[in-house]
Design a protein around this ligand. Sequence first.
Ligand code: F6P
Length: 256
Amino acid sequence: LPLHYLEALTRQEEELKEKLGLKRAIILKGNLEQDEETKTSLGFAVSSLLEEMLTAHTTIAITGGTTMANMVHYMPKSQQHYENLHVLPARGSVGQRVELHANTIAVELANKLGGMYEILTIPDNLSHQSISLIKNEPQIEKLLQKLGKTDMIIFGIGNALKMAKHRKEPQEVLNLLEQKTAVAEAFRHYFNAEGQVVYASEVIGVAPDMAKKIPIRIAVAGGKSKAEAILATRSLLQEGYLIVDEDAATAILNHL
Ligand code: F6P
């Protein structure tokens, strides 16, 4: 790549880091939603970031979604061996596309890193009664405790309405999200542009307040359409790592 191009990207990374209060911003060339090359570079970027940070006895939690699925798919297999490395899904499973479930992605990430995994074999959209019952199941309780103590979380950020429709939320919820002008979704919580949670589905797994306490947070999102969502979830990104593509980065910086 020409030097001035790389310098411009580095400048943008510094600006994003400063303005969003991040530990580090990584900007990928191109568009993450469209370019195969950008998806490949995401896999490599995460792999080298993890290589810098992983030590023995690390636990990583990961969410679902296409960004996470692509990222892990394009990650090279780690050359390092990390003793006692565990990967956990941030939540259960939802939707028919099993390849996009946090569980599936956790398994693939563990394989890429040569670690162990555990899965949360429950649907992600249970009723209140079922959730209260299941939370007390010893096996689930144990996994939830482990999630509470995870060292690292890697997560996606989505557009509120798109995610709500994908999850087949009832019409009243869709109406509420529109009325409250929700723009972002992360950890099954919906945020408005000011960063307030305007609706949340009950969860078994990582919720935003829990995520904020995880020492190492890595958010990944791409495409111009995600800029607003990234800004709305900025409270989750404080002192964290943000990996975005050029399109999202430029749109975010135009907003700030
Ligand atoms: O469903 C998990 C999740 O991480 C959501 O919290 C987020 O909104 C979404 O995936 C992002 O999905 P995608 O990467 O497909 O845009």
